[in-house]
Design a protein around this ligand. Structure first.
Ligand SMILES: NC(=O)c1ccc[n+]([C@@H]2O[C@H](COP(=O)([O-])OP(=O)(O)OC[C@H]3O[C@@H](n4cnc5c(N)ncnc54)[C@H](O)[C@@H]3O)[C@@H](O)[C@H]2O)c1
Ligand SMILES: [Zn+2]
Length: 352
């Protein structure tokens, strides 16, 4: 097992390894005075790992209960959030009790937000079971739910008391979800670690998944420690996300997030080359790695559609957009671009 320590507004450990799930009760015991613990999970993940976690929590002396909701992004909403809060009230959770988020980013984001707001804040543990959640959403304390108006429109920064990432849980993850997680993994290589990027290109990702998670989590930890509240460097983690998110939006969110990120990374890299920020080999490397992991490179929407979607994005501050632009493999920069120039970037990226 590997432990990575985070020093943000609060401090916590991220434990990564096979069988870490069985440390849940013991870990929580050492961190809180909780009597009651509510395990929050979705309808796919609870049947796989829920009972094991409940048993483990009970063995550590907790009064463990579960709240299970229908799997999918549509559940990351006001209604499920409200049902969860009512459930916590019905079970008389006090401020010293705790929540456990067992699942992907949907479970983690919503549970984190409920933990942040229930009685002005109770402790929670992240137990990520998707690759995306392991390398990205479970670390750094961004919590949120969606509104009809858009994704993640309500939320706050609220750090967990621990993250337990059991790499064995990824064995049951559908292949398409694994691929999407790989899009985020590739993002880390491109924005800050050329050696890691080469490893991903040369080796089999599944055979070194623990190592992959450790590298990504360490990079994210370092970025979060320097910029917890997303004022500067943390924006680098949006590489591929401005155009990717616009494409997701155009698809009515039928496109998987990782597919959008992959297309977004390919498009911005191509545009960066055309506009003189990076050379042709950077584009070749990006295309090669996306091909290797079966990820899409072309956005199937037009410039006008994408612009409408992108300009409604919350990350667009005023009339300037922070585009994350690759300079070479292993290095990206934040480029302030007027929103009026966005169509030129899309066109340079090959979008019609
Ligand atoms: N907080 C952050 O910093 C941050 C960062 C990136 C993304 N996000 C959010 O994360 C969400 C996406 O996360 P996600 O991709 O994990 O989605 P998800 O939680 O919906 O999980 C994807 C699917 O995999 C299933 N699943 C999860 N673990 C499984 C397992 N071990 N075996 C079998 N099936 C499993 C789930 O039931 C679901 O159907 C989005 O809402 C996004 O906004 C948040
Ligand atoms: Zn993402």
């Amino acid at each position: 097992m590997k432990k990575i320590h985070v020093t943000a507004s609060t401090e916590y450990d991220i434990s990564i390894g096979s069988g870490v799930l069985d440390e849940l009760g013991r870990e929580l015991k050492g961190l809180t005075k909780a009597k009651t613990v509510v395990l929050v999970s979705d309808s796919n993940v609870f049947p796989l790992y829920g009972e094991r976690c409940l048993k483990n929590l009970k063995e550590s002396g907790f009064d463990a209960k579960s709240f299970v909701f229908k799997a999918g992004e549509a559940s990351k909403c006001m209604k499920t959030y409200e049902e969860l809060l009512e459930f916590l009230c019905e079970n008389r959770l006090t401020r010293s009790d705790a929540l456990v988020a067992l699942g992907g980013g949907v479970t983690g984001d919503m549970t984190g937000f409920a933990a942040a707001t229930y009685q002005r804040g109770i402790a929670y543990v992240q137990v990520p079971t998707t690759l995306l959640a392991a390398v990205d959403s479970s670390v750094g304390g961004k919590t949120a739910i969606d509104l009809k108006a858009g994704k993640n429109q309500v939320g706050c920064f609220y750090q967990p008391v621990a993250v337990l990432c059991d790499t064995d849980t990824l064995d049951t993850l559908p292949e398409s979800e694994f691929r999407c997680g790989m899009a985020e993994v590739i993002k880390y290589g491109m924005l800050g670690n050329a050696r890691f990027f080469s490893e991903l290109l040369e080796k089999d990702a599944k055979a070194m998944i623990g190592h992959i998670i450790e590298v990504c989590v360490t990079m994210k930890r370092d970025i979060v420690q320097r910029d917890e509240f997303d004022k500067g460097e943390r924006m680098l983690l949006n590489f591929g996300h401005t155009f990717g998110h616009a494409a997701e939006k155009c698809s009515g969110f039928s496109m998987l997030h990782g597919e959008g990120v992959a297309m977004g990374m390919a498009t911005i890299t191509k545009a960066a080359c055309k506009l003189g920020f990076c050379d042709e080999t950077t584009v070749e490397f990006m295309d090669k790695i996306l091909d290797k992991y079966g990820l899409p490179k072309t956005i199937p929407y037009g410039v006008d559609e994408l612009l409408d979607a992108a300009l409604a994005d919350k990350k667009i501050a005023g009339s300037e957009i922070n585009l994350i632009v690759p300079v070479k493999v292993g290095r990206c920069e934040i480029e302030k671009v007027p929103s009026t120039a966005l169509s030129d970037w899309l066109k340079a990226g090959g979008v019609k």
